[in-house]
Design a protein around this ligand. Structure first.
Ligand code: ZN
Length: 118
């Protein structure tokens, strides 16, 4: 079954649908930061996008080596900060997500009670 994610994303991106699809296929529609599987559900597909590892605002190139599949939350967290390389960017994004998760869990009350039974 063809998986047409391209009608849902990339509309505001400076890369073509064909270019974006190539990157998403290379990365198997998984966010390269948090590992979200863009094929898992419609909701996941909706948030998939392509990220410039070095942002365009920082003269990052539109080059497969500088592009990765990325979900929009990770893209937002990453922002336009400058990182030495992809690994550093990933470390930052994952650390931010952890912090946000802890904040969310502490506000929610009983953390992981449901996950333990699930
Ligand atoms: Zn992600």
């Amino acid at each position: 079954m063809p998986f047409n994610i391209m009608t849902l994303s990339l509309v505001d991106r400076p890369i073509s649908r064909a270019e974006g699809l190539k990157i998403l296929e290379r990365d198997q529609f998984c966010c390269q930061y948090c590992g979200l599987d863009g094929k898992a559900s419609f909701e996941s597909a909706l948030v998939m996008s392509v990220d410039f590892v070095v942002p365009r605002a920082r003269k990052g190139k539109k080059d497969p080596g500088n592009l990765v599949a990325c979900c929009r939350p990770c893209n937002m967290i990453k922002g336009t900060r400058v990182y030495a390389n992809f690994d550093e960017a990933k470390k930052y994004v994952l650390a931010q997500r952890e912090e946000m998760r802890h904040a969310w869990e502490s506000k929610r009350g009983r953390p992981a009670a449901r996950a333990a039974t699930g």
